[in-house]
Design a protein around this ligand. Sequence first.
Ligand SMILES: Cc1cc2nc3c(=O)[nH]c(=O)nc-3n(C[C@H](O)[C@H](O)[C@H](O)COP(=O)(O)O)c2cc1C
Ligand SMILES: [Mn+2]
Length: 497
Amino acid sequence: MSTALVSKTQSVAACDLRDWLRQVEATGQLASISGAHWDVELGALTEIILERMPTPPAVMFDSVPGYEPNRRVLANMLESLERTAVTLNLPIDLNTIPLIDALRARLRALQPIKPNVVATGAVMENVERGDRVDLFRFPVPRWHEGDGGRYLGTAHLVITRDPETGVENVGCYRVMLQDKDKVGLYISPGKHGRMHYEKAMKAGKSFPVAMVFGQHPLLFIAASQAVPFGVNEYDWTGGILGQPIDVIKGPLTGLHFPASAEIAIEGEIVPGEMLPEGPFGEWPGYYASARRAEPFVRVKALYYRNDPIICGAAPFKPTIHGMYRSCLRAATVWNGMEQAGVPDIRGVYLPPPAQRFMIVVAIKQRYPGHAKQAALVASQCHAGAYLGRYVIVVDEDIDITNINEVVWAIATRSDPATSIDILRRTWSGPLDPIIQPGQKGHNSRMIIEAVRPYEWRDRFPATSAINTETRKEYSAKWAKELGEIEGRYTRTRARPV
Ligand SMILES: Cc1cc2nc3c(=O)[nH]c(=O)nc-3n(C[C@H](O)[C@H](O)[C@H](O)COP(=O)(O)O)c2cc1C
Ligand SMILES: [Mn+2]
């Protein structure tokens, strides 16, 4: 672990995936698999690893049949707490709630830092233009069996410019391989890239786009989840690192991309041109829509490093992964609640299997109605309002990162007739599986107060569990024996096959 901490300073400066890989390798969390096929096999192995291992490693796939052996695909980048911490430039020895707390402090204090525009970088090691562009020479995976295509962009950057203001944005919107020099793009309504695109289409102008497939995962986080409206994603990334990242100005579009990107393209969307796109397995663990016409980018130039790495973050059923997304969202909900004036929040977490559909908040109750206030604000503050379903408030003694503890709190500290409220016509969206096609838009919320009732909290039955001090004392005294038993009897989370 200490090696990783030492090399960290260099890595954050360059914001280079290769440095990140060296750090992760030093923590023993990088596995590799040679020879898996791009068509479902590589995705299936990623899924099986997530299913079987409580702390799944990042996985590098090389020697994909039919491809140059060193054209690689990297999966599961952020599927451990340590890798999430390393990526966000936070201490790697924190438990989940302290990590979320440290992250939210970082986000609150963040001062964006503009990138350095440099003349060239590793991404320019190979340059191909026009007819020479051939994206079929990269081992692009078809991740899930039901996917309608091969997805080059699942953990990537899409760089666009507002045609009216000139402001650039970096978003992560899925990218399907359409042809050797065409990539399909799906951007949902309201996203910054979509607004830029719609303005260009309305003006009847072709729309320049740059994309990056393979970069330091912090840039993926910036493009896909954490950055507030009005902040540029590169500036945000610099703010997290405490120093600017290096970017290149794309020679064809003028759009900027990281100098250490693995693969980058420049091209344009021509008004009116569409191709069938999707379906693609979405984060709730379902397909949300059928194949339909979406815009695509005509790729004019391709740049890549020697031995390029495609980063992938295909969403699988959330019962097996997504803890890092829970941490990021929890940090922003927690900040939103605090800004709205809810005191004594001890933790916020989103159980990974439910993702946005469940928010759990731990509070130290201070006054009558405190639990209800916490629940309502969590369900409706900006970070918590979209596509939620259940909000559960528990007391501070509950470990909200342990779903068993949360279920125990609900089972023993809530009384359905008095502890539950339903909010109607709240903000949902197209990915909500329980809302019928044609009616998507609104859903409802259940808020559950699973706390010792405020009026008689001091008389609520005491729990029978050993207290923290006792646990510590005996765990230390019997450390050797307990360690041996654990070693002998712990199994991986294997499923019957
Ligand atoms: C793995 C992953 C894949 C995503 N895919 C899409 C997508 O295909 N289309 C989309 O509109 N948003 C997608 N998102 C969500 C956007 O990246 C996210 O809302 C981001 O904040 C958008 O950036 P913007 O606010 O600059 O538009 C994805 C997020 C993640 C984590
Ligand atoms: Mn944005």
